[in-house]
Design a protein around this ligand. Sequence first.
Ligand code: PAF
Length: 287
Amino acid sequence: MVIVHTIAELRQALAAFSRPAFVPTMGNLHAGHLALVQQAQALGDVSVVSIFVNRLQFLPHEDFDRYPRTWERDCQALRAAGCGVLFAPSEAELYPQPQTFKVLPDPALADVLEGAFRPGFFTGVCTVVMKLLACVQPRVAVFGRKDLQQLRVVQQMVRQFALPLDIVEGRTERSAEGLALSSRNAYLSDAQRQEALRLSATLKTVAQAIRVHGPAAADAPLLRDLEKQAMADLGQAGWQPDYVAVRSLADLSDPAQATSALETAQPLVVLGAARLGAVRLIDNFDV
Ligand code: PAF
């Protein structure tokens, strides 16, 4: 594995390749990231992983400073996974001047769900992803399905700017008990790790209830009741839920606002975000 820290070194390392396959990360890698790297390897002639904790996507009160930085362990894991090139720029390299040009995503997609609770988050994500894509110039990039809204925002950005790459979805890796793997799981105590399973279980219960109701489930009052019940269940178990929301899988629009039979019949997904103590977790399940 070649490790590079500057854009010039990166370009040199990739000069001989025509189809780089890219996985952007913020480090603190787990099996979910490594599965994305393996997926990338099969899609290109070299796999490129970036590690960069992107200040632009953290709100002032969020965990930028304490975000786990696990450089040695990440390098070892990436080597073992067969990563070709690791790009780990410093902040001064990626943002040599204050980043005053930003990529503003469509508010209809980016100011809801995560964006409603983390204002500016997707602007930070889009801006760094655009910049990383400009540095790596991949033909394909893999984004995890656990961050479904991020995946949809990036897909829309790539489509609308006609960027010359394919965005591929990487499936959510889970622990044996069903906890979606996430860098922020590192913050959980043993007891919280057990309790954390409740989020995925709650979302699954909503998905199952919608399946039971069949097409009638697109009925707005029923969806809102299921969402409210799920939030209440989490609240009763000591969580602080931000949202539980049933949305269209394709574009995260609200199925209760569907205006045609075709829209009503579209596949749905249940998304949720909730705080367990100081740890904020997100997950989603297909209906
Ligand atoms: O999903 C992440 O780890 C980050 O949001 C990303 C895509 C690497 C951008 O900083």
